[in-house]
Design a binder for this molecule. Structure first.
Ligand code: ATP
Ligand code: MG
Length: 199
């Protein structure tokens, strides 16, 4: 019977062989679609973390915020000081604030033309479509159109889509999908949204 140390070494060697083989198989390099969905906190934050990575390599990126109408967030202030990122806030709050479906549909259409411009620009390495899912869920944008535009983007361009309840067609099209689960949120204990943490 080999000793504990030998068994551990053998187990690690087998694990390394499996991981090395998987790494050797993953040789493709192409633009991917990443979705951050689910009810937990962190979907937009994770997208901005990836944006920081992209800019760190001196690459170009763009962000479209579909639902937020405020321009005084910490993320926008921070990224405005960086080079290489275009930032568009195209939301108007949508129904729960405006209560006007016609105006919201027009806002959504305009918002998507802004996104389309970015999705056709091969100089952009990353496009973040923040809170896009809500416009699809509530029928302000046509799923087929959105999917077609995503598929027609430049081959090396990455896209991150955030928002709860991502529709199945987007999940089918995406390469990486993470669902962030809500285990606990300070808001339910009466804590307000705070600068630097939530905005
Ligand atoms: P964040 O921007 O903090 O990463 P998110 O993108 O995952 O959050 P959104 O629905 O866009 O989620 O959240 C916008 C705001 O709502 C943020 O202030 C966030 O803290 C808050 N929030 C997110 N998840 C929850 C939740 N489960 N309960 C209450 N508030 C939440
Ligand atoms: Mg968000």
């Amino acid at each position: 019977m080999p000793d504990k140390e030998t068994l551990h070494r053998q187990r690690m060697a087998r694990k390394k062989a499996v991981v090395d083989a998987a790494i050797a198989r993953a040789t493709d390099k192409r633009g991917i679609v990443v979705i951050h969905t689910g009810n937990g906190k962190g979907k937009s934050t994770a997208a901005f973390g990836t944006l920081a990575r992209t800019l760190g390599y001196g690459l170009q990126a763009a962000v479209v915020q579909f639902v937020k109408s405020r321009r005084d967030t910490g993320e926008e202030a921070f990224f405005a000081r960086q080079t290489g990122v275009q930032w568009e806030v195209v939301g108007s709050g949508f129904t729960w604030e405006t209560q006007n479906r016609e105006a919201d549909t027009a806002t959504a259409r305009h918002a998507w033309t802004v996104a389309q411009g970015f999705l056709r620009d091969p100089s952009l390495h990353l496009v973040v479509l923040d809170e896009l899912t809500y416009l699809l869920k509530d029928g302000y944008l046509d799923e087929q159109q959105v999917c077609a535009d995503l598929l027609a983007r430049p081959p090396m361009q990455h896209v991150i889509i955030t928002g709860r309840a991502a529709p199945q067609c987007l999940i089918d099209l995406a390469d990486t999908v993470s669902e962030i689960r809500d285990v606990k949120h300070a808001f339910r204990a009466g804590v307000a949204a705070q600068a630097g943490i939530d905005l």
